[in-house]
Write a protein that binds this ligand. Structure first.
Ligand code: 13P
Length: 408
């Protein structure tokens, strides 16, 4: 059950005072290195995919690999959409397998931030997915020099944070207390008094963006005052870049794989350093006991039709695949026809839900109601419908485990 409910993960971190690394990945090397680092230190980890990075990779393809990596892991993992800009971003993230989403409306005025965040929370909670909101503004761009993006940092105001959390219903809050995204020249000055007040006011897991470049003491202070998730990217990208440059200097004729040879080890070393520093090393076993596993549900219908031709059934299935897959929390829609013509039931739907919560929200969703009441049920009176929990061997099939230990 290595894919776990992020609420349980961060609540545990909050109670026990440590932070889980939310490492942004931009490719397979990052994914494998982060997972190897978590595995070697027996630590939980959050695989984070930032919308601002989607220009560098195909989000859908990356999610397929990310979900596969999480499912075969032996340590607790959550998959998070980082800095989703819109409701549609969050719906897409959940559809592709994220079990936590961030809505970043922090550049909007207070009421607009609340309205946009609230809309994401309503949708995501109906899918069982927790939401991170942001109040205040963390300037800078991940992976770049902070000085080049010196937009004004807007500090989170504790009293506003209280209103924001109450009105939006977010599960975790990203706060602005002086960190910036990207590479820094000096050590930033952090407002710990402000963080302390926010923590005492909210008593909910807090998140720090712009995790790169802080001192060991600063990380300890963050955790002391309620920070349970640290977003981290620039230092990983810099470690990867330095390793590529070193290879190029050693061998001017090195090709793609030659240049990337040490990249995974370099990223992994930085991931392990953070995990140990932030207190999450060695936590995997206790967490696997207290975290709910994140398990998809298979909504299965087998049916016969009356009064329409096979060609019309095909058209109905095609429409269903298209429409039903857009309902929040649906991972995929598969339609089938019985192999044996004499089978008791001739057709099937397999609609995979992200979480049990989707059983209710899908049933009540207007698109489902319309399709079911007007298109499907009138012609498919003879049917059986059952919801199944997805059952799989933990922690992943033996073949995958063997491959994982061979590559790490
Ligand atoms: P850094 O790139 O500064 O580590 O920040 C990462 C981040 O906040 C991603 O959301």
């Amino acid at each position: 059950m290595p894919l776990v409910d992020m609420r349980d993960l961060l609540q545990h971190a909050y109670r026990e005072r440590y932070a889980v690394g939310a490492f942004d990945l931009v490719g397979l090397d990052f994914l494998e290195a982060i997972m190897a680092g978590a595995k070697a230190t027996r630590a939980p980890v959050i695989l984070s995919l930032a919308e601002s990075h989607f220009e560098h990779y195909d989000f859908e393809l990356a999610m397929a690999a990310t979900v596969a990596a999480a499912r075969r892991a032996a340590v607790p993992v959550a998959i998070h959409l980082d800095h989703g800009a819109t409701l549609e971003s969050a719906v897409r993230g959940i559809h592709l397998g994220c079990n936590g989403v961030m809505v970043d409306a922090s550049t909007q005025v207070f009421d607009e931030n609340i309205a946009r965040t609230r809309a994401v929370v309503e949708m995501a909670h109906a899918c069982g997915v927790p939401v991170e909101g942001e109040l205040g503004y963390v300037a800078g761009v991940e992976g770049e020099d902070a000085e080049k993006h010196s937009g004004e940092v807007i500090y989170t105001v504790p009293s506003e944070a209280k209103t924001y959390v109450a009105r939006t219903g977010v599960d975790f809050l990203a706060v602005s207390i002086g960190t910036v995204h990207g590479r820094l020249r000096g050590e930033p000055k952090l407002d710990f008094a402000r963080l302390k007040e926010i923590n005492q006011t909210l008593r909910l897991p807090l998140v720090i963006h712009g995790g790169t470049g802080l001192s060991d003491w600063q990380y300890r202070q963050l955790i002391e005052h309620g920070v349970t998730k640290i977003n981290y990217y620039t230092a990983l990208a810099d470690a990867a870049g330095a390793s590529i440059r070193a290879r190029a200097a050693q061998d001017a004729r090195a090709g793609y794989t030659g240049l990337l040879k040490d990249v995974r080890a370099a990223i992994r070393a930085e991931v392990e350093r953070c995990i140990k520093l932030w207190g999450s090393a060695g936590r995997a076993d206790e967490l696997l006991k207290v975290c709910r596993s994140w398990t998809p549900v298979q909504h299965v219908i087998i049916y016969n039709v009356k009064g329409i031709s096979d060609a019309e059934v095909e058209a109905m299935m095609a429409r269903g695949r298209e429409v039903l897959a857009t309902i929040p929390g649906v991972l995929r829609v598969v339609t089938g026809r019985a192999v044996a013509t004499e089978a008791r039931y001739r057709f099937s739907w397999l609609v995979e839900f992200a979480h049990r919560a989707v059983i209710d929200s899908y049933r009540d969703h207007p698109l489902h109601r319309q399709f079911a009441d007007q298109v499907f049920r009138p012609i498919a009176g003879d049917r059986i419908s059952i919801d199944f929990d997805h059952v799989e061997a933990a922690p992943g099939p033996p073949a995958a485990r063997a491959r994982e230990s061979a590559t790490n």
